[in-house]
Design a protein around this ligand. Sequence first.
Ligand SMILES: [Zn+2]
Length: 465
Amino acid sequence: MFDLGIVNGKIVDSEKVYLGNIYISDGKIKCITNVDVQMDAEKIIDATGKLLFPGVIDAHLHIGEYKAEYEEMDTSTAAAVAGGVTCCVDMPVNTKSMSIIDTDIFEEKRKHLSEKSYMDYSMWGAFVPEHFGDLKGMHDMGAAAFKCFMTGASNGFTAPTMADIRDGMNAVKEFDGLIGFHCENKDMIDAGLQKMKDEKLNTRQAFLDSRPLSAEIIAVRDVIELARETGCKVHICHVSHPTVAQIIEEAQMEGVDITAETCTHYLVFSEEDLLAKGCLYKCAPPLREKGAADGLWEYVQKGVLGCVVSDHSAGLPEDRDDSKKPVYELGNGISSVQTMLQVFYDNAVNKRGKSPTLIAKVMSENPARRFGLYGRKGAIKVDFDADIVMIDPEKDWKITNESLLYKQQISAFVGLEGTGLPVMTMIRGRVVSENGEVLASEGSGEFINPLEINYCDNSQRRYIV
Ligand SMILES: [Zn+2]
């Protein structure tokens, strides 16, 4: 007798969609049968007409508490599970105290997440030159990857020189770790911002001009050369333009151990949204010209941009409003973790005619593989955690401020309409959300340590394409 059966659903994996029944006990998927093979289970969920996806793994988001008035761990993670995200790799930027630069701060944040998070979580550590000696310790505690801001960032994120990055890559290569890069050339970004301030260039166009595509291209090329030399595994965060993806593809073809992601906002918006609608669309790297999204979709389909992530990053309404402050003083970042799956589903399947398998690939399997979570997370397979999202493909939706569970109920995605909505989210066999309502309790999420997952296929370096 199983604890639970989910029957008559269309199960989606990275290669096919098939009708089947899923049986679950002790939080794990125990068996998957044809629809005509019914097993005994204490509870049955009927999934007739619904799609069953592996839970989304958001490998890039900022859970919160950098500034508690922006976002908190409970609000962002409750929003995530309502939207079908079951596990994440949390960025090391936003803590009350400091960025995650050493094992003490890593443990402090892990503990805090264990009290607050509604979803399962893994964690990034910070790649900061003064703390390269702490990288191995954080890796041993379960850091899935290390984040490098080539431009620097607030909260203790000093900007590394290229020599620092080379040293750090050699250190991380020693223990076969992964470094993720925010790629924009620091000199160019600093000069662009300074020019805006000096010349009081307070327009949205001036912001776009201050962060040119060339700054992203130059930074990515630099990272590729060092990865080629050192052999360190690298991951390029939030690719904003197909030209950047093309450079990454060439490096992949040459055997450099490099993977990359893009975000839902680059796939559906353009700089015209920022110019016309305002600074809720302000992010870094910025949204690019109309048409860039079409190119990005091609590289997602090809597997070059193997992960699609949210880069959820919250802010106060006045921090995204250029009628209240100069553009150059406003924050960057878009709130999107709650809506990433429905937006990606609608655009991929309904608007662009892609197979739902693409979603299982780029939102679950590939991030799980690259960040060492595969074996527990990333697929609907026997012995994996029963992390499952049910999508009703017929359900229409419109994103409103009121529907958002974030602390600040604002987002560039408000106003979007589409079809196909997550109606049930399950983590380790427990229904954590149904029809947008969160049923789990605060702190029910679990820390997922890649070092504790033994799966023979886990070392696979490349995305499946
Ligand atoms: Zn980010």
